[in-house]
Design a protein around this ligand. Structure first.
Ligand code: SF4
Length: 222
């Protein structure tokens, strides 16, 4: 039987436990140095792919505190973007993408990020995770489910689902998770994954939801 029935308890416990701890990348305090808009959310999300949170945060601040619109981005060279975002993963490809996306937004969307999930997916380099993040954090829209590595890994460990890819996880969770949790799910599970249910050797002995977790595929833990 699916363990999703404990979701009420799990979400309540995690919300309470994690409340005082640091926030994930898009809502941390340093983010206040940057004008938070759908565009800065989009660019920060692109920077975050295959990159550690701390590195993403610093790179986002270096790039976006002075270049927080597509119009400002197209005025700087691709090399300058590279310099500012290094050492994020795939920084050369990302510099090119950021420039291409900025141009496209100006040419096709009047210089704004489209407030439409399917239009976002048309931007080169924007997948479902990024589009969902922009809808939730950029436009404050309800009923989108961004699935990053933490949101994919943890429900599989708990035993809610059995999926191999984040896209499958999104589909499965949409089927089984009550809609009232969609909005907070990403925020809570990213934070939980950063602090306790880490990718390698999670802190199961201090995990507040241990009794609800089947610990699927956990080989070593602390
Ligand atoms: S018990 Fe361990 S594997 Fe399960 S959610 Fe907690 S930290 Fe993660």
């Amino acid at each position: 039987m699916s363990n999703i029935k404990h979701i009420d308890k799990i979400i309540t416990i995690l919300t309470k436990e994690l409340n005082e701890n640091r926030n994930p990348i898009l809502s941390r305090k340093k983010w206040k140095d940057i004008n938070r808009t759908p565009f800065t959310t989009l660019i920060s999300c692109i920077l975050s792919l295959r990159t550690k949170d701390e590195i993403t945060e610093e790179a986002s601040i270096r790039l976006l505190n002075k270049h927080d619109t597509p119009q400002k981005i197209i005025k700087i060279s691709e090399n300058k973007i590279r310099e500012l975002i290094y050492p994020v993963g795939f920084y050369k490809t990302k510099s090119r993408r950021i420039k291409e996306i900025s141009k496209k937004l100006i040419e096709k969307y009047n210089g704004s990020v489209p407030n439409d999930f399917n239009e976002l997916l048309k931007l080169k380099g924007v997948g479902r995770k990024t589009a969902n993040i922009v809808m939730v954090y950029g436009f404050n829209k309800k009923y989108y489910l961004p699935i990053d590595t933490h949101c994919h890994r943890i429900p599989n460990r708990i035993g809610w689902i059995k999926t191999k890819k984040p896209e499958e996880t999104e589909k499965e969770l949409i089927k089984i998770m009550p809609k009232k949790y969609w909005n907070d799910f990403n925020k809570i599970f990213v934070k939980f994954g950063q602090l306790i249910c880490s990718p390698v050797s999670p802190f199961c002995t201090k995990c507040p939801i241990e009794k609800y977790c089947k610990k699927i595929n956990i080989k070593t833990h602390r």
